[in-house]
Write a protein that binds this ligand. Structure first.
Ligand SMILES: Cc1ncc(C[n+]2csc(CCOP(=O)(O)OP(=O)(O)O)c2C)c(N)n1
Ligand SMILES: [Mg+2]
Length: 367
């Protein structure tokens, strides 16, 4: 036997990554790195992008305040992920379908649910699942939205619906779940129009991305399913929007799925349940990401163009927060969900045991 192996696996391993540099339009210093794409946006577009990110940051701040007051159920903080979330959702059209995960409540609201409904969802109230938006309720099971999206995408294709695709989200941790690969594989096999978005915010609760997988990028997980994929700077809203729009245009022209990995960061805790990020990451690790804050980056561009001011932003934040206070008052006014109603919704025909339970709760509730 010759000493030289027939295949050089080390060399193959070193060439696994399928992506070049993440797509970017504005770099960390707010300098334009892609003039042509930048010039495709009007001043009004740029202001609109900024307003959406300010809205999402205000939603995060106010909702976390409500949470600390004990007025919310489960809620996932979104600070830091505004470019990734607003950039991609702004590329959606009304007749597109959304299959969100728990950190995607801002996209659900942008796609047509009211803030009141979103708050009721957080409280586990049935009204929070009855919004009119073309969306399922946020998925708690990580990766599972990818499977749902594959089915919805196939439905779009089979029904011949034009100018519609499915948008779905998971996190870096979600890509380790079997569901995410099953969803991608199915959509690839049937060439279903699904835009798979991986919001890589660096952590799955306390597990860092580096310990999550040996894959050099999460984007390349789509390659085995025959799906084109790309990494994008997830702190650059112009890049996130431009890539999501290009993916949508590609799909509505009759092509199959696409995957986008947005490189972003979760500035705070994993959830309103109050985990402490200090226990699994250091200030030194966080600081460079805080400096990439997507709001700071776009604000610089707008201020240079005299399109934005601090006063304008403060006024907007006050308006947005007032609207969230109205929304929670509205949610408070919705009568509490009855246990008997919840049981009645479980099966179309209740089991004999359930019938007894329903009667028991109805008797209690009528007192
Ligand atoms: C199938 C499944 N396993 C475990 C959990 C518990 N869990 C909730 S969030 C989470 C981490 C998810 O991290 P990631 O996908 O990166 O999303 P992020 O929270 O960072 O947005 C885990 C393991 C779950 N919800 N579903
Ligand atoms: Mg994550």
């Amino acid at each position: 036997m010759a000493n030289k192996p027939i295949v050089d696996f080390e060399e193959i391993k070193n060439n696994l990554s399928n992506t070049s540099k993440p797509v970017q339009v504005l770099n960390e210093n707010a300098e334009i790195t892609d003039q042509e794409v930048f010039d495709s946006f009007s001043d009004d577009d740029l202001v609109e992008f900024m307003k959406k990110m300010v809205w999402e940051r205000a939603l995060h701040e106010q909702t976390m305040n409500f949470s600390r007051q004990g007025r919310m159920g489960f809620y996932a903080p979104t600070e830091g992920e505004e470019a990734s979330e607003m950039g991609t959702v702004l590329a959606m059209k009304d007749n597109d379908y959304l299959l969100p995960a728990y950190r995607d409540v801002p996209q659900l609201i942008q796609h047509g649910a009211t803030v009141t409904e979103a708050y009721l969802w957080s409280r586990g109230h049935v009204v929070g699942n009855e919004f009119k938006a073309r969306s399922l309720m946020p998925q708690i099971i990580i990766g599972a939205a990818y499977v749902e999206a594959a089915g919805v995408g196939l439905g779009i294709k089979k029904s011949g619906e034009k100018d519609a695709i499915a948008f779905t989200y998971t996190g870096d941790g979600g890509t380790s779940q079997g569901d995410s690969y099953e969803g991608m594989n199915f959509a690839g096999a049937f060439q279903a129009p699904v835009l798979f978005i991986v919001q890589n915010n660096g952590f799955a609760i306390s597990t860092p991305r580096a310990k999550q997988t040996a894959a050099p990028t999460l984007a390349q997980k789509a390659v085995a399913a025959g799906i084109p994929s790309v990494q994008v700077d997830g702190m650059d809203i112009l890049a996130c929007y431009a890539v999501a729009k290009a993916a949508r245009d590609y799909m509505v022209a009759g092509n199959g799925p696409v995957l986008i990995e947005t490189l972003t960061y979760r500035f705070g805790a994993h959830s309103s349940a109050g985990d402490d990020p200090k226990r699994y990451r250091t200030k030194e690790q966080e600081q460079p990401w805080f400096e990439k804050d997507p709001l700071i980056r776009l604000r610089k561009v707008l201020e240079d163009k005299n399109l934005w001011s601090e006063e304008q932003e403060e006024k907007l934040v006050d308006e947005y927060k007032a609207s969230f206070k109205d929304a929670i008052k509205e949610a408070d006014a919705v009568p509490a969900d009855k246990v008997s109603d919840m049981l009645k919704r479980t099966f179309e025909i209740p089991t004999p045991e359930m019938k007894k339970e329903i009667e028991k709760f109805e008797a209690k509730e009528s007192k």
